[in-house]
Design a protein around this ligand. Sequence first.
Ligand code: URA
Length: 246
Amino acid sequence: MEQGIRLQKYMAEAGIGSRRKCEEWISKGMVQVNGRVVTELGTRVNPKEDVVSFRGKPVEPPSETRTTVLLNKPAGYVTTSRDQFGRPDVCDLVKIPGKRLYPVGRLDYQTTGLLLMTDDGDLAYHLTHPKHHIPRVYEARVKGVPDQAAISRLERGVRLDDGYKTKPARVRILKQETDSAVIEFTLYEGKNHQVRRMAKAVGYPVLRLRRVAMGPLKLADLPEGKYRMLTEKEIVMLRKASGIKE
Ligand code: URA
């Protein structure tokens, strides 16, 4: 049996970034093991003996206990660190002593709702991998009231501004008002700004967008800006839904 764990897994579990990102950094020569640059993706390390450094700084070995929280993201926060405009970052909203949690995937600056934050790189990797894309449910208030033909088009798939045709989705009207409506989208893929671009493609631009569910997890009545720990049961369901083999 081979000794140790793969370098990219070690880094992801230490919370540095997704496994894919870590692979990229290794290939670019940004990672050292015991003081030597390593670019070989198959490299194995022993967490008890080897010293791994990233961008010249030692990487703390993966902690035994992982933390995953569910945040209700408010509008006006970015999910990427080091935003070029210096806008507030969701990491400012989750302060747990001794922990650095990273957002799982992205939500737009103005989108609110369910966002997972974790230091479990393996879970983040599986949750963002297109192969096991678990459904995400969004509620969008749109300008105008879409007719059934527009809803059917959204369900079957629409061509976005870059020519990409979206995969089948579940779409339904939750509420209709005189000049706007609330539409529920259940998506099984995650392209950039997908809901906004889909709604625009059929002529009903999004005014407000909120993510209300992700696989087995629901936002429920958690107030904006607040977060809660996931329960053991939720973590088990999430790992299963994201294709992690125990
Ligand atoms: N789709 C969007 O358009 N924006 C988000 O933030 C999430 C999904």
